[in-house]
Design a protein around this ligand. Structure first.
Ligand code: CP
Length: 303
């Protein structure tokens, strides 16, 4: 791997190797002391959009591998004076930084920076527009594999909510397909379903009760009001009534079904407190797995 920009087209073997390496970090296995794997390497979290989980878990992952970590804060940076993202990257590159973890509101921003970076520089896409959030996709399928095992062909999963605006959903779907998940159901109101090829191969429904019937895992999505054109934003009350995952609704899924959500959660909108904090929720397990997945990615790109 030179960069990690998307899971689309990533070979299954590469994806599984990253999951296996992340699991080895979690299990405390692996040949080398992880604290020295990136000793002497500098990485920068270059975030032009807000983040809690992704930014901090990449920083934690880089620290655990022994890298020097620089945290770029767009709000206090010279972008406020008009400096472009590319000039920002080039200047930080000139300080000897080799790894860039990029979040940006524009689709394709991370790929644009990767295409212009120096030969020894690696770029990880930490979320661009609606397009991709590859490490989120990886940590989500790692969480699914831990809960349900690796017999993916037998699993039925539902991806629910605002798929149209979701880079998380796009990366989850690439990962689920790459692993050979048999039945992928996509569910949301018609206005929040994508009109491109995102849902190819999925069964699509606007009926949440039907979509949940017997599934082994539910991938909930955040209602992303910040990306919606005016007029598309649904009433939160109506959205919760029709698409909120409540304990009563979850009973339609398999009894041992698991629930995932990438965070941040809109509690009481797409997910109820009792589900978010309940025994079937993997939400905090996903966050913990995020550190290990990001260690695996940084090691693959920078070691
Ligand atoms: N899941 C996720 O990307 O969360 P943050 O926006 O907090 O990084």
């Amino acid at each position: 791997l030179r960069h990690l920009l998307t899971l689309e087209g990533l070979p299954r073997a590469t994806l599984v190797a990253l999951l296996d390496r992340a699991q080895a970090f979690i299990d405390g296995e692996g040949a080398a002391d992880p604290r020295t794997a990136l000793a002497g390497v500098a990485a920068c979290t270059l975030f032009f959009e807000p983040s809690t989980r992704t930014r901090l878990s990449f920083q934690r992952a880089a620290q655990r591998l022994g890298a020097d970590v620089l945290a770029f804060d767009a709000s206090t940076s010279s972008t406020s004076k008009g400096e472009t993202a590319l000039d920002t990257l080039r200047n930080i590159e000139a300080m000897g930084v080799r790894g860039f973890i990029v979040r940006h509101r524009e689709d394709g921003a991370a790929a644009m920076l990767a295409a212009s970076a120096q030969p020894g520089t690696a770029v990880v896409n930490a979320g661009d527009g609606r397009s991709a959030h590859p490490t989120q996709g990886l940590l989500d399928v790692l969480s699914l594999r831990q809960a349900k095992g690796a017999d993916f062909g037998a699993l039925k999963v539902a991806v629910v909510g605002d798929i149209r605006h979701s880079r998380v959903a796009r990366s989850e779907l690439h990962a689920l397909r790459a692993l050979g998940i048999g039945g992928i159901r996509a569910c949301g109101p018609a206005s929040l379903l994508p009109d491109d090829a995102t849902l190819a191969g999925c069964s699509v429904s606007d009926d949440l009760d039907a979509a949940l019937d017997g599934v082994d895992a539910v991938f909930m999505l955040r209602l992303q009001r910040e990306r919606m054109e005016e007029g598309l934003v649904p009433s939160l009350e109506a959205y919760h009534r029709d698409y909120g995952l409540t304990a009563a609704r979850l009973r339609r899924a398999a009894p041992d079904a698991v629930v995932l959500h990438p965070g941040p959660m809109n509690r009481g909108v797409e997910i109820s407190d009792e589900v978010a904090d309940g025994p079937q929720s993997l939400v905090l397990r996903q966050v913990a797995n995020g550190v290990a997945v990001r260690m695996a990615v940084l090691e693959a790109l920078l070691a």
